[in-house]
Design a protein around this ligand. Structure first.
Ligand SMILES: Cc1cc2nc3c(=O)[nH]c(=O)nc-3n(C[C@H](O)[C@H](O)[C@H](O)COP(=O)(O)OP(=O)(O)OC[C@H]3O[C@@H](n4cnc5c(N)ncnc54)[C@H](O)[C@@H]3O)c2cc1C
Length: 421
């Protein structure tokens, strides 16, 4: 019984840890020559943290990130529109963490190598296709020496991200990811804590936004903490943008003039961006919901299955949940096509709805309403929108994204008992 995982990102590595936990042999093949701590901040919602705790990673996580305490919406005049507690403070049984993506990936990689074996993650192997061979599947990888290698297994999991080769084989006519007009510029910088010191703060309107959250503890000597920021502007989608990827570095002058007067006293955007180690550009893309994630013994997972706009901070969280739901299906059905179908049936409809919902602004839609009603200018937010209306909107989104408090707190573990197969 062997599962081949293509892609050593968050989804692929959690799949490997889950397979190990339930006693399924697993190999991960990653295209990069070497896995490095790339990216900036990401958020792990309580539903994903629960799964990582169930994998015995509570201490590792606590050492990596900041337990988020608050989620706040702020208008472009710098005044608060809404804030709500998050994580343990909101009553979840599990924290929400803001972490550096690359550090999370490195922690997961170290755990896979420790638990599954040092040779279980093979870098320099790029999936180029697969072939069903009756009761098995054969995956073909291009290797760093210019050759290719065929690997046989019971199942192939395509966790190969935004430009998934597995997805391309399943949907050869799908084309490139779809750009809807927004561009994100991302970076991290050291800065003094704002709000609670553990707040996720979203400022602006639907066309121009700035997101801020800390991903490191405050250094008692300097009073500074590592903070993740994202600046976002919306353009006419017909103008087109360079091909989407996570690794394009640019100069801040590309976008910073648009934020020149965003100095609210408690946060000076230009100052924080000016202190960044680097700025990465990401045209915000997604794909239409896929009509299926499975092809007999192959299943897509994580971004390969359902890349969506990161407006709800749930891309990494969903990849983790995918891996655990797949694990539960493997426990029930063994490493069979039936397991892959059960995994897809459990998730695909709801996630397809979420992809479309995130296109429509997701939880930040409230800032659009405020902008529409008063151009982002007000003294008292209650004159613009009722708190009860915002609460209803937010509760609806939490339920759709799978992190409604009661629903999550009372849910049975995704993988019960974790007996070896
Ligand atoms: C370098 C990088 C930086 C990122 N930075 C951010 C960020 O700052 N903020 C944010 O919100 N999200 C970021 N993301 C995306 C985020 O990690 C994902 O949305 C989320 O974690 C879902 O994870 P995933 O495992 O499905 O995909 P990913 O994390 O994208 O992992 C996919 C993995 O597959 C590998 N791969 C790709 N093609 C092949 C192939 N043909 N064969 C084998 N392996 C392949 C990739 O190298 C990568 O390691 C980044 C992704 C990458 C790859």
């Amino acid at each position: 019984m062997a599962v081949i995982v293509a892609g050593g990102g968050i989804g692929g590595l959690v799949t490997a840890l889950t397979c190990h936990q339930i006693g399924v042999d697993v190999w991960v093949y990653e295209s990069a020559q070497e896995l490095q701590p790339l990216g900036v901040g990401i958020n792990l919602q309580p539903n994903a943290v629960r799964e990582l705790f169930d994998l015995g990673l509570a201490d590792q996580l606590a050492g990596l990130g900041v337990a988020t305490e608050e989620w706040a919406l702020v208008a472009s005049n710098g005044r608060e529109v809404w804030s709500e507690p998050r994580g343990l403070r909101a009553g979840y049984r599990w924290p929400q963490y803001s972490v550096h993506r690359g550090e999370l990936q490195m922690m997961l990689l170290a755990e896979v190598r420790k638990r599954c074996g040092a040779d279980r993650v093979m870098t320099g192997h790029r999936l180029v296709g697969y072939q069903q061979t009756g009761t098995r599947i054969r995956a073909r990888f291009d290797t760093r020496d210019g050759n290719h290698r065929d690997i046989d297994g019971d199942l192939l999991i395509g966790a190969d991200g935004l430009h998934s080769a597995a997805r391309r084989q399943l949907f050869p006519d799908e084309g490139e990811p779809i750009w809807g007009g927004a561009v994100l510029w991302r970076g991290t910088a050291l800065g003094p804590p704002i709000r609670t010191g553990a707040s996720f703060t979203l400022i602006g309107n639907l066309n121009q936004r700035f997101v801020h959250y800390p991903i490191g503890q405050t250094d008692p000597r300097t009073g500074l903490q590592r903070q993740n920021w994202i600046a976002e502007l919306t353009f006419d989608p017909d103008r087109g943008w360079d091909q989407a990827g996570w690794n394009r570095q640019v100069d801040p002058s590309t976008f910073l003039p648009a934020f020149h007067d965003w100095d609210f006293g408690w946060l000076n955007v230009a100052d924080l961006v000016g202190r960044a180690d680097g700025v990465w550009e990401y045209p915000m893309v997604d794909r239409d919901p896929a009509p299926t994630w499975c092809d007999q013994r192959m299943a897509l997972l994580g971004d390969a299955a359902h890349v969506m706009y990161p407006v709800g901070s749930n891309g990494a969280s969903q990849a983790i949940v995918d891996a655990r739901v797949l694990g539960a299906a493997l426990v029930t059905h063994g490493p069979t096509p039936e397991a892959l179908t059960a995994y897809e049936d459990a998730l695909r409809d709801d996630i397809s709805t979420l992809i479309l919902r995130n296109r429509g602004a997701g939880p930040i839609g409230i800032l659009g309403v405020v902008d529409e009603r008063c151009g982002g200018k007000f003294d008292d937010i209650n004159d613009v929108i009722a708190g009860a209306d915002i609460e209803a909107y937010m509760a609806d989104y939490r339920a759709a994204a799978g992190f409604a408090i009661e629903q999550l707190n009372n849910a049975e573990p995704t993988i019960a008992g974790t007996p070896p197969l």
